[in-house]
Design a protein around this ligand. Sequence first.
Ligand SMILES: Cc1cc2nc3c(=O)[nH]c(=O)nc-3n(C[C@H](O)[C@H](O)[C@H](O)COP(=O)(O)OP(=O)(O)OC[C@H]3O[C@@H](n4cnc5c(N)ncnc54)[C@H](O)[C@@H]3O)c2cc1C
Ligand code: FES
Length: 281
Amino acid sequence: MNNPYLPMSVTIKKITIENEDRDIKTFDLGFNDKKDADKFKYTCGQFAEISILGTGEAPIGIASSPMDKELVQFTVKKYSTGVVTSALHNLCPGDMIGIRGPYGNGFPMNDFEGSNLVIVGGGFALTTLRSLTEYILHEKNRARFKDITVLYGARSPGELIYKSELKQWDQREDINIHLTVDKGDEKWKGRVGLVPNVLKELALSSKDGVALVCGPFIMVKYTIPPLLDLGFSPERIFTSLEMRMKCGIGKCGRCNIGSKYVCKDGPVFTYKELQELPNEY
Ligand SMILES: Cc1cc2nc3c(=O)[nH]c(=O)nc-3n(C[C@H](O)[C@H](O)[C@H](O)COP(=O)(O)OP(=O)(O)OC[C@H]3O[C@@H](n4cnc5c(N)ncnc54)[C@H](O)[C@@H]3O)c2cc1C
Ligand code: FES
């Protein structure tokens, strides 16, 4: 019988330092067994349990696009008290770790077809939205979706992650990119302002629109009212929850909110679904 807790073996192929504080890194992982690579089919918004032998495991959102067949990527912030994230940040290319998944529901990409997408990210929570944006921009997918607008904010210019991807997206004509920082510096020529305020200023149309919001809890909380004011309905606003988890597969009861298991029924929920849940997240 298959043991659902058994991780697959992967090798770290590349590590990218994403921010000035050097505590956010993207890990490119390659499966050591081709059969595992073929089995690991995921959709945007799903997560996996990343494990380090003798240390533990942690749920991490998948940052790569499902169109990337060779590698799977994760962007991880090191918490000073974080057991797994600290250990992971000490590893080097060539080191082996474990992965089990993919888990969770992910974004209902097929339901977004023919819609204008407003993608709102804050801080390092852009990870699964990066997966989604790269997926949509793929030449095989772009025609399935209408206008794409990305609004991404961070505390400071040095904390904006995925700088090379943001540059590539900005050079394209089929996506609108708006970057903002809470506080600029002498080199920053861009916008300064909090994400919810910039969203109000942009006054984007909600016609045929879907909004996808991932960020620190406080940012998400203050971003939803302007989206509702713009006319996005609660069932067309999506976000992803980061509850404490253990098993990741709906067995241990660690992550439940009311009748929902975030690891299985989520982590992606519409705002309408969240309104119907007890306020425990
Ligand atoms: C679906 C999902 C996707 C995630 N995606 C990412 C990702 O892409 N990148 C990333 O860096 N992290 C992500 N996380 C968060 C990550 O799983 C946690 O921070 C995890 O606890 C880190 O493991 P650790 O062993 O390093 O930290 P731990 O030793 O478990 O904890 C470190 C410290 O952070 C606190 N803490 C950790 N997680 C939470 C939480 N959810 N709520 C409140 N306090 C918490 C702990 O109390 C402790 O003080 C995700 C979590 C979920 C559920
Ligand atoms: S983490 Fe165990 S039930 Fe969700």
